[in-house]
Design a binder for this molecule. Structure first.
Ligand SMILES: C[S@@+](CC[C@H](N)C(=O)[O-])C[C@H]1O[C@@H](n2cnc3c(N)ncnc32)[C@H](O)[C@@H]1O
Length: 186
């Protein structure tokens, strides 16, 4: 089974760096104003352009996992390209455990904090250096699989950027859509 999720990669307060590729821990190939990055150990190719230096685009292919878990090699790809980050908050954490502070609205998943990821009132500002989030992919999945409402991605991004330090990378895995608004400052 393959998934076709989108992974907007966002940065809090992007003006602090000149190009997102400054943050890479892996080699890239520069050609015709494009910087190409291998998605290894996932399958695919990413690129950034000089006229849009705060975004990475590309095409990735993953083998899916059951129960809506992260696809194979997704987290490994992030760690390979950007390096491991222990001070990570994992929102909508589901089964994810270890090496991150986990947040989920469902107490049965036994996260570090049971709360709504669209608010995070319990967490002070500027704590974490990386944010990952894997909300349900659509209304149907949210209601039938997780018995929740579909979280609003704008609310997630806005509330959750608050708890991240300036310069933090933010990874949001979405369903099948090609466009994602970024709140100001993200
Ligand atoms: C796609 S699953 C995450 C799977 C996870 N990446 C894994 O590998 O196990 C979505 C999770 O989001 C949680 N969730 C749904 N709405 C939420 C909200 N508003 N705040 C926090 N968690 C929420 C669900 O309880 C569910 O565990």
């Amino acid at each position: 089974m393959e998934t076709t999720n989108n992974m907007p990669l966002l940065l809090k307060y992007v003006e602090k760096i000149s190009n997102i590729t400054d943050l890479l821990r892996t080699e890239y190939l520069s050609i015709y104003g494009l910087r190409f990055i291998s998605a290894s150990p996932a399958c695919g190719l990413l690129y950034s352009t000089t006229n849009s230096p705060y975004f990475i685009s590309g095409h990735l292919r993953f083998r899916g996992r059951d129960n809506g878990r992260y696809p194979f090699n997704y987290l490994e790809m992030i760690d390979t390209i950007f390096g491991k980050e222990d001070n990570t908050i994992e929102v909508c954490s589901g089964s994810v455990k270890g090496n991150s502070f986990t947040v989920d609205i469902n107490p049965d998943t036994k996260p570090d904090l049971v709360t709504d990821g669209q608010e995070l009132y319990e967490i002070p500002n500027d704590i974490f250096c990386r944010w990952r989030c894997d909300p349900p992919y659509n209304v149907n999945t949210a209601e039938k699989m997780y018995r929740t409402k579909l979280p609003n991605t704008q609310k997630l991004l806005k509330a959750d950027a608050r708890v991240c330090k300036v310069g933090s990378l933010m990874f949001l895995l979405l369903g099948q859509q090609n466009y994602q608004m970024c709140p100001p400052g993200v």
